[in-house]
Design a protein around this ligand. Structure first.
Ligand code: SF4
Length: 407
């Protein structure tokens, strides 16, 4: 409590001279921000004040803890019937660099990663033109049989709609079948920006924001959890972002099914959107901070290092983020769109980044539940940071040798 009061003092100091005093009073008083407030926060030049407010809100919810996950990404295929303008990942069957994995190949990747300590698999792909519904339930079952403790976070809401169409089932029935086969969480991808005019400029033909939200709603209604995202820094306005966040907050009020929010920084390469540069550091921090303050019913805001770099993710931890995501192992979607970040992170790098940011590293599971708190005095923690033999380091380093470059 003393630390909180001290933090509040710092916020007061920053805001005494600021234009955000009325918003600060709402944040300190735990009152909900309006859409106008969020727009003002996006427009303010006083990033230090905005960051201090977001940090206050985050510390009130999460203290000094900041999390990461030891996980592995698998893309089962990059074939897709759509051609979203912002996407550098999808391929047509005629393309030489298209790929699809069969269930045995997926299981082999999972087995290798499991041996190295992952707790979560994150599996997405394009909207494949011909694979049957049984392919998806088949690999889920095979993965569950491999290790029932492995948490399977799979499919965007857009993929779920595609699978429902394939299966000729309703969305709730499709979700229930996927859950019964082993699906534990939906991913947050596919949200982009909900506003129709923006969506048609960056992802023409893709299902609407309302359809995205309804898949998550149906999933939450049967007891499921999921994350959600927003792709920012392309052709959208601040008002578009606020409208997007507004819809996510409303659904969270309704279902409480979102475990976390992941703002995704747009990557500008190998696509047809007329944007030359990815979002600036200022814009990234601002977006993280506004997300934390406006999404007052979300526990966790992730600074996704793949899109913004680990150093920026570190800084974001003092601008409202409390999570930097995972070890990942093999990432295609952002890297094919120009991300200059590594394909993976060693666990020790994530722990070190969090420590350097003045936070307490926590290994979490898919639902953001703590697996391990890295106390400074823990001998294994010390060994990990020094590059010793803790399991997470082995995960990333062995995977680096095993999977890079994959394409
Ligand atoms: S963003 Fe997804 S749905 Fe759109 S083209 Fe790429 S893989 Fe297909």
């Amino acid at each position: 409590m003393a630390a909180f009061r001290a933090r509040l003092g710092a916020v007061n100091f920053v805001l005494e001279r600021g234009e955000l005093r009325d918003i600060a009073e709402k944040v300190v008083g735990n009152l909900r921000l309006s859409e106008d407030d969020a727009l003002r926060l996006f427009a303010t030049r006083d990033l230090p004040a905005l960051g201090a407010l977001a940090d206050l809100a985050n510390r009130r919810r999460n203290g000094l803890r900041a999390s990461y996950i030891v996980n592995r990404y698998i893309n089962y295929s990059n074939y897709c019937i759509l051609s979203c303008q912002f996407c550098a990942f999808s391929r047509k069957k005629r393309d030489a660099d298209g790929f699809e994995l069969d269930a045995d190949q997926i299981v082999a990747k999972a087995r290798e990663a499991l041996d190295l300590g992952i707790t979560e698999l994150h599996i997405v792909g394009g909207l494949h033109p011909s694979l049957p519904f049984s392919y998806y339930t088949g690999f889920l079952r095979a993965l569950r049989a491999l290790d029932p403790r492995l948490q399977l976070k799979c499919f965007t809401a857009i993929e779920v709609l595609h699978l429902a169409w394939l299966a000729k089932k309703s969305v709730p029935d499709t979700l229930a079948e996927l859950r019964d086969a082993g699906l534990a969480s939906l991913t947050g991808g596919g949200a982009e920006i909900f506003r129709k005019e923006v969506r048609s400029r960056i992802a023409r033909g893709k299902e609407s924001g309302a359809e995205y939200l309804d898949v998550h709603r149906q999933w939450h209604r049967i007891g499921g959890k999921s994350t959600c995202t927003m792709l920012f820094g392309h052709v959208e306005s601040h008002a578009d972002r606020v409208e997007h966040l507004c819809q996510l907050r409303a659904l969270q009020d309704e279902t409480r099914g979102f475990t976390g929010f992941v703002p995704l920084a747009y990557q500008p390469d190998n696509n047809t959107i007329p944007v030359e540069h990815p979002p600036s550091g200022q814009d990234i921090l601002r977006t993280v901070a506004v997300s934390r303050l406006y999404l007052d019913n979300f526990d966790h805001i992730t600074a996704y290092w793949v899109g913004i770099g680990l150093r920026m993710a570190q800084v974001a931890l003092s601008h409202g983020a409390d999570d930097i995501h995972g070890t990942i192992g093999e990432e295609h979607i952002f890297h094919m769109a120009g991300a200059r970040t590594p394909q993976l992170q060693a666990e020790r790098q994530l722990v070190r980044a969090i420590r350097e940011a003045g936070r307490v590293p926590v290994q979490r599971d898919m639902f953001y539940q703590p697996i391990r708190v890295w106390d400074d005095t823990d001998p294994e923690s010390v060994a990990l940071e020094a590059g010793g033999d803790a399991s997470g380091q082995r995960v990333a380093e062995t995977e680096a040798a095993a999977t890079l470059p994959s394409r």
